[in-house]
Design a protein around this ligand. Structure first.
Ligand code: ATP
Ligand code: MG
Length: 193
């Protein structure tokens, strides 16, 4: 199985590029953000616990997202691999992912990182707020907090995965088609195609 991590700051386009990537390479797309929003919509206990944290732009506890990811790894067998979107988001999640995969005799295949500057993050999320109606996209102070959280807790993963030789950064600026072409080229070269 292949295990790709789709990495990048909030609003970088992970959700946008995940669907075509998953279908082209026969991967199961696992977005922790989408899984959490589905729990909230269902009104589950987990959703109730996560809602306040998400609406304030904070991360939910590691165990919560790791439980969702590990259940999904056990569930989908008819794919060539997984596309992780929004996970891992902390160093400890990255370590736990490594252990989860080692227990299955697997490892991370590559990290595909979509990079955009903070100013563009704000523009894109403001635009998306009008279309998708996400509570965590609506308030400028929440967006600021998510950007802060990204720099404080998530950005360190870049060095970690660079050290492992797994990190591939892609310029996330430009049209969706332009970025998609860069993403496909990168994944093709990783897979030796
Ligand atoms: P995108 O890059 O697709 O625009 P995003 O980064 O803005 O998305 P999501 O990935 O959808 O947002 O995540 C929304 C929220 O869900 C996060 O702000 C956080 O509260 C929670 N969340 C998602 N993934 C994790 C994770 N791995 N660990 C902790 N919290 C998470
Ligand atoms: Mg997302």
């Amino acid at each position: 199985m292949k295990y790709f991590i789709l990495f990048g700051p909030p609003g970088a386009g992970k959700g946008t590029h995940a669907a075509p990537l998953a279908s082209k390479y026969n991967l199961k797309h696992l977005s922790t953000g989408e899984l959490l929003r589905a729990e909230i919509a269902e009104g589950s206990e987990l959703g109730k616990q996560a809602k306040e944290l998400i609406d304030a732009g904070n991360l939910v506890p590691d165990e919560v997202v790791e439980g969702m990811i590990s259940r999904a790894f056990g569930k989908y067998k008819e794919v060539d691999g997984f596309l992780l979107d929004g996970f891992p988001r902390t160093i400890s999640q990255a370590h736990d992912l490594k252990e989860m995969l080692a227990a299955r005799d697997e490892e991370v295949t590559a990290v595909i990182s979509l990079m955009i500057p903070d100013e563009v993050i704000k523009e894109r999320i403001a635009g998306r707020a009008k279309i998708e109606g996400r509570a965590d996209d609506a308030k400028p102070e929440v967006i600021e907090n998510r950007i802060r959280t990204y720099h404080a807790k998530t950005e360190a993963l870049i060095e970690l995965y660079k050290d492992e030789g797994l990190y591939h950064e892609i310029d996330g600026l430009g049209t969706i088609d332009e970025v998609q072409e860069r993403v496909f080229k990168t994944v093709d070269s990783i897979l030796g195609r």
